[in-house]
Design a protein around this ligand. Structure first.
Ligand SMILES: [Zn+2]
Length: 506
């Protein structure tokens, strides 16, 4: 692998087939958005791709939590032209096509991050950093051309780009990207938790999040691979069930890797899958993998290093990624050499260090039962046992409360906060200074208030009366208002957390 530079953009390249593959990567993804501009990165990507002339080139683009990638495979000249088109479109974004592309995004209905991973990032970081993915994946609403251009100007610049090119580099390859300072990502705020903890949330299946720390820590990497393998094997062999188990990684900063292990669960099996995942994790953290298990994951790594072009592409992408996020780079071959030296004891010790950071997530309403390892129950949002007393209290009309248990709720509007208690007495409190977004109701007068602490409070005239709505509106910071979505389905659910929990709602 070679590193060269073209027009100020680092290019990671290696000899390869005549049909070259190139990927232009930008260090911007959903985690760089805020609630008010959710989906803007995906919109930029669509505006750019939509501006390219029709061709038969094999090409595509994607946006995930961390980055945006434009890639193509074909004759070198065609790939050079593809990259030139990307750069030209980014330099002068065709914002006149925003409405059209929003229509396409609506039809695409892209879920963004895996919902369980998104909920786990949010459990760790609330709505900051990768946690915003919990609300993301949606279609941007009410964005002006200027807002979209501003986003592109800040993030899609040469100092935030890297190219990987597999094949002989064409002499006429140019990357005339807009100039701009290398964007600084604010560090996401880690929720302090004396773990391990478990909680319910908008999960599809079951998830386990651990802070793996150092990106190059082989022992913890092998331990997580062994865990994924265990869950698959135990489910398949001992229970006759086949579960899909996988992992998703968020590299929040150098030395701050978060790994989410995601396991499918059939309806009704969530609690037992959660127990299986947790027990196997604790077991590996206690005794480590067997020598055979460890050998198996090392063999898996070796196999990944022996896939020809696919391996080279993976290495080039990794180099580009590490460059963009200032992460330490180590070649696959060097990594494998380190993995080969690992002992089961080292793996066990590495996993043991992560136990205090573990978050086990189950779907809302699922109780995993008794779990070992001193795990405690927590809540995704800032649930409180009782509401603050100082403030104006609103309740649904007396008749509604008499007839419907679910209507026995309460809203308190204080000088510093908005609070809501549901029929079960669970309270949610959002300080005015921690409001992330205020979304107008689709029908009637109302507002859904979303806190950075992941509480969501629905204030609607049909439930609490017009006075409550007016009072809340007057308190909300101007900057929090998000335009109403014209296409959203009618009627917002009265359940708190609904909007944050269901990305499709937006
Ligand atoms: Zn809450």
């Amino acid at each position: 692998m070679q590193r060269i530079e073209i027009d100020g953009v680092p290019v990671f390249t290696a000899p390869g087939p005549e049909r070259v593959t190139a990927a232009l990567t930008f260090g911007v993804g959903v985690r760089d958005e805020t609630y008010g501009i959710l989906g803007v990165t995906h919109l930029v990507e669509h505006l750019v791709m939509g501006s390219l002339p029709k061709s038969h080139l094999e090409c595509n683009a994607m946006v995930d939590t961390e980055m945006t990638v434009f890639h193509a495979t074909g004759r070198p000249q065609a790939v050079v032209a593809f990259l030139a088109g990307i750069c030209a479109a980014l330099a002068d974004l065709p914002v006149h096509r925003i409405e059209q592309e929003i229509g396409v995004l609506e039809a695409e209905n892209c879920p963004g991050a895996h919902p369980t991973a998104a909920a786990l990032w949010a459990a760790r970081f609330r709505l900051t950093g990768p946690g915003i993915a919990l609300a993301g994946g949606g279609v941007p609403v009410g964005l002006t051309g200027e807002v979209v251009r501003e986003h592109a100007r800040r993030w899609f610049v040469r100092s935030n780009a890297a190219l990987m090119w597999h094949g002989e580099v064409s002499a006429d390859l140019r990357l005339p990207l807009p100039d701009g300072p290398r964007p600084q990502r604010p560090a996401p705020v880690r929720r302090i938790e004396r773990g391990p903890v478990w909680m319910g949330g908008p999960a599809l299946g079951v998830g386990l999040l651990i802070s793996a720390g150092d990106q190059l820590d082989a022992a913890v990497g092998a331990g997580i691979d062994a865990l994924v393998q265990r869950v698959r094997d135990v489910a398949r062999h001992e229970r006759g069930l086949s579960y899909h188990a996988d992992m998703e990684i968020a590299d929040v900063a150098p030395g701050e890797r978060e790994v989410a292990v995601l396991v499918d669960a059939r309806d009704g099996e969530e609690a037992s899958v959660a127990r299986l995942l947790w027990e196997q994790y604790l077991d590996l953290a206690g005794d480590g993998p067997s020598a055979t298990e460890l050998q198996h994951v090392v063999d898996g790594y070796a196999e990944d290093m022996d896939k020809g072009d696919e391996t080279v592409l993976g290495e080039l992408s990794k180099a580009a990624y590490c460059h963009l996020f200032d992460l330490p780079y180590r070649s696959g071959a060097d990594g494998l050499a380190v993995w080969r030296e690992l002992t089961p004891q080292q793996v066990a010790e590495a996993l043991r260090r992560t136990v205090a950071t573990a978050v086990l997530l189950v779907p809302e309403g699922v109780n995993p039962g008794a779990l070992g390892g001193g795990i405690q129950r927590r809540y995704l949002c800032n649930l409180v046992p009782y509401l603050p007393k100082t403030g104006t209290t609103f309740r649904p009309p007396l008749l509604a409360r008499a007839l419907n248990r679910g209507a026995r709720m309460r809203l308190v509007v204080g000088d510093d906060f908005l609070a809501h208690a549901d029929a079960d007495g669970d309270g949610h409190v959002i300080g005015w200074d921690e409001v992330e977004a205020a979304v107008p109701a689709m029908t009637g007068e109302g507002v859904f208030v979303i806190g950075r602490n992941l509480c969501g409070i629905d204030v609607h005239e049909d439930v609490f009366g017009r006075k409550a709505v007016d009072l809340v509106r007057a308190r909300l910071p101007r900057s929090a208002w998000v335009p109403a979505a014209p296409s959203r389905e009618s009627g917002r659910s009265a359940a708190p957390e609904a909007s944050v929990a269901a990305p499709a709602d937006r």
